[in-house]
Design a protein around this ligand. Structure first.
Ligand code: ADP
Ligand code: GLC
Length: 475
């Protein structure tokens, strides 16, 4: 099948979170199954075409009478980078710097229209146009409204994937005419949301099929608790909503070959993991002690990630015999809490504020335990990276975390530690169980190995998308 995949971030060129990883890996996995997949994304200012090996395409794209150029990365699934100096090229951030850019509605409406102009310009005939998150939310409507007579898109069906319902792309209704949308879309049954324009809702209303990134999250978002105001709509479309678990890029995240690590290892021989731990302790300025459990956390310091639980439990946690290593950035006050704790307890805690791909890999490899106390988690990738790296996850049983981690039963089953209540004591209890198990070297080693034996490669998920595409495209 021919598939056009639209995403606002694609690793390694642009990434603020898991979407970038998925938009890189899923198209490749589909291409490996024999499909012709093209990916469309912006050429942000942070992407230097020359340094990143992109080639200019000399065929102009006509976006509502405005010509633009494209860059391409000739991958197994080619990635097309849309050029727009004002909207993308001149911006250092993807969605903002400190604050969201004021013209994000215009920027991503532009991406939507550029993506739809691509098939005619390049001679593609996609059977399926696959959209990701609110940034691509206008595509299904624009496809029907502005491309009804476009032969390149005739019969194309749309799939819209929710990676995170908490970010919906909600804008003042004044943008409706500025975006060239008819006022007709500003209805409750279409894109209107509490008197504002909602890009995510646009995707959910107009796409032929909806997916999200884990089965449990697919259920959670149809409830008032998890639906972020869109649960009624999602219940209405429940028959078209599928939960398909993300995979991970098992080549990029492989402790046996990982170029970011000081030593490599596998389930057959874990000695390299001990070297990674020692090196990580040195890198972070923690005492180099092999016997002390090292707990890691990597991620956006956002409400979603349960950071308030960690903050509430921090003093008690640091009173235990453990080391805590944190890598992340986000809410300023939390960054400061962790930096202060690291200054006050340098033998117990290290905090690195910022985004550091290499360090994220070294933390996955060097740690013993990996903490993800998320308030909600559509899928989550880090717990799967952890399992693959023999680092035992301690997670809250929500969304994809619940689907990918099996609670340790104290004997010979399970891959991690789970807690349910969103409460610091519940988290601390799970950490305590993990620390007790850590002291039993044999049991802990068996736990690590069970995690390492799990298969989270993309192929299974790619098959699920493939069946969905086929069911839409008809015979
Ligand atoms: P989300 O998309 O909600 O942020 P995921 O777990 O799906 O959560 O994906 C997060 C991705 O971003 C992972 O690949 C993780 O390693 C990476 N990541 C998050 N924060 C950082 C950081 N500060 N430095 C390096 N990588 C990070
Ligand atoms: C979102 C979610 C995360 C998920 C990722 C990729 O950013 O927060 O849970 O893993 O998208 O689908």
């Amino acid at each position: 099948m021919e598939i056009l995949f639209v995403a606002s971030e694609v690793a390694p060129w642009s990434k603020t979170g898991g979407l970038g990883d998925v938009a890189a890996a899923l198209p490749r996995a589909l291409a490996a199954r024999g499909h012709a997949v093209s990916v469309v994304t912006p050429r942000y200012g942070s992407i230097d075409p020359h340094a990143h090996g992109l080639h200019p395409l000399h065929r102009a794209l006509d976006v509502r009478g405005e010509p633009t150029t494209l860059w391409v990365s000739r991958d197994r699934a080619p990635v097309y980078f849309v050029e727009h100096e004002h909207f993308f090229g001149s911006r250092r951030g993807l969605y903002g710097e400190a604050h969201d850019y004021a013209d994000n509605a215009e920027r991503f409406a532009y991406l939507a229209r550029a993506a739809l102009a691509l098939p005619a310009a390049l001679g593609l005939r996609p059977h399926v146009v696959h959209l990701n998150d609110w940034q691509a939310g206008l595509v299904p409507f624009l496809l029907r409204h502005e491309h009804a007579r476009d032969a390149a898109l005739a019969g194309a069906r749309t799939v819209f994937t929710i990676h995170n319902l908490a970010y919906q792309g909600v804008f003042s209704k004044h943008v409706v005419p500025a975006l060239g949308l008819p006022w007709d879309v500003f209805r409750y049954e279409a894109m209107e949301f509490h008197d504002q324009l909602n890009f995510m809702k646009a995707g959910l209303v107009f796409a032929d099929a909806l997916t999200t990134v884990s089965p449990t999250y697919a259920r959670e978002i149809t409830t008032p608790d998890g639906g972020v105001g869109l649960d009624a709509l999602l219940r209405h479309r429940a028959r078209d909503l599928h939960g398909i678990l993300n995979g991970i890029d098992v080549a990029e995240w492989d402790p046996a070959t990982d170029r970011h690590l000081p030593a490599r290892y596998s389930a057959a021989d874990l000695t390299g993991k001990a070297s990674c731990k020692a090196a990580l302790q040195r890198e972070l300025g923690l005492p180099e002690r092999p016997e002390i459990p090292l707990v890691a956390m990597v991620g956006r310091l956002a409400d979603q990630k349960g950071i308030d639980l960690l903050v509430a439990a921090l003093a008690e946690l640091l009173g235990r015999e453990l080391q805590l290593a944190l890598l992340g950035s986000g809410r300023r006050e939390w960054e400061e809490v962790f930096q202060r704790a690291a200054r006050e307890r340098p033998e117990r805690m290290a905090a690195r504020i910022g985004f550091d791909e290499g360090l994220a890999h070294r933390m996955e490899a060097g740690a013993d335990l990996f903490l993800m106390p998320s308030r909600f988690e559509p899928c989550g990738l880090n717990q799967m990276y952890s399992l693959r790296y023999g680092t035992v996850p301690v997670v809250r049983a929500v969304g994809g975390l619940d689907d990918t981690v099996e609670d340790y039963d104290g004997l010979n089953r399970g891959t991690g530690f789970k807690f349910r209540d969103y409460h610091p004591q519940a988290m601390l209890l799970a950490v305590r169980r993990a620390l007790e198990t850590y002291r039993d070297a044999r049991a802990f080693r068996a736990l690590r190995l069970r995690g390492m034996a799990q298969d989270f490669s993309w192929d299974r998920s790619a098959q699920a998308y493939e069946s969905l595409y086929r069911s839409l495209a008809g015979p």
